[in-house]
Design a protein around this ligand. Structure first.
Ligand code: NAD
Length: 285
């Protein structure tokens, strides 16, 4: 049983729209906040698309529940108005440190004292942001995966300052919106998922770029020997090659060589993964 009833989501882009819709779908009143009314019009279209996706992909969503979720979402480009009733604010604005800090400083001035703040940041630690929240005891990270209706983890990561009762309240909330909460009690860049996935994908790239084994054979070994449904290069194609490329190109000299290999062999040829019809595999689009 969660004590959280009213939720405001800051940012209505890829992840913010999904978080807001999933929260509304599970019966919460949601305010979707973004910086201006034009972007909120785009948000309305995103939510309508999500309602269609849920209708097709989520059992029980058709004939009412997806439309009911749309009706539970209110829209605002006025920060004070958007958070006036909020028990929880989930921030999903661009991954820019200064922008996030400025936004938390503005939020701190207008949000009620009771409001919990949660960042969906993928790469920043909550400690990078906590000073600007004005309430480090009521602040933590809650990290969702893209396509949250299918990939329903919520990695919940505290700082040393987070009140354990706030942590528990957010774990309960995550469960209430249909996520599997993954508690992370010490800060870790990459949370659990990317702490495992990034080295795994890098190791696979080393094998293929070094000429040890073809990507399809690396995948075959992984699938057959571990029973996993997908090999690392299938995962690259799902994620899209640009994101791993960006991570590798900021890494060690060896990682930068892997980035160059990805770029020259695949990205420069338009092979970006499933989204472009071809990556390590061809998808016949
Ligand atoms: P996005 O660019 O799709 O959307 C960002 C939204 O924030 C836009 O609608 C933009 O108008 C809005 N915005 C910009 N400045 C704002 C402000 N000051 N206040 C309120 N809204 C503002 O970005 P995204 O991919 O949804 O990523 C958002 C956050 O979620 C990032 O921290 C990212 O690390 C994280 N995240 C993304 C993914 C993913 O797969 N895209 C997965 C997990 C976490």
């Amino acid at each position: 049983m969660t004590t959280i009833a009213n939720v405001t989501v800051l940012g209505t882009g890829v992840l913010g729209s999904q978080i807001a819709f999933q929260t509304a779908y599970r019966g919460f009143d949601v305010v979707a906040y973004d910086i201006n009314d034009d972007i909120l019009d785009q948000a309305r279209a995103r939510f309508a698309d999500l309602a269609n996706i849920y209708t097709k992909d989520v059992p029980g969503a058709a004939d009412g529940p997806a439309d009911a979720a749309l009706a539970r979402i209110a829209y605002s480009s006025d920060l004070a108005e958007a958070v006036a009733q909020a028990d929880l604010v989930i921030e999903a604005i661009p991954e820019l440190l200064d922008l996030k800090r400025e936004t938390y400083a503005a939020l701190a001035k207008v949000a009620p004292a009771k409001t919990i703040f949660a960042t969906n940041s993928s790469t920043l630690l909550p400690s990078d942001l906590k000073a600007s929240t004005g309430r480090p005891d009521r602040f933590l990270a809650m990290h969702f995966a893209n396509q949250i209706w299918r990939f329903n983890t919520a990695e919940i990561m505290a700082t040393d300052d987070t009140d354990p009762a706030v942590f528990d309240a957010v774990v309960e909330f995550a469960t209430a919106i249909g996520m599997v909460p993954i508690p992370i009690r010490k800060e870790k860049a990459g949370y659990v998922l990317n702490s495992l996935l990034v080295p795994f994908l890098n190791a696979a790239a080393e094998l293929a770029a070094g000429g040890y084994a073809e990507p399809k054979d690396v995948d075959n070994v992984w699938r057959i020997a571990t029973g996993a449904p997908m090999g690392p290069f299938q995962i690259y194609d799902v994620i899209g090659l640009n994101t791993p490329y960006n991570i590798l190109s900021h890494g060690t000299p060896e990682e930068q060589q892997l980035a160059a290999w990805l770029k020259e062999t695949y990205i420069d040829k338009g092979k970006l993964g499933i989204a472009t019809g071809e990556g390590f595999y061809s998808y016949g689009k």
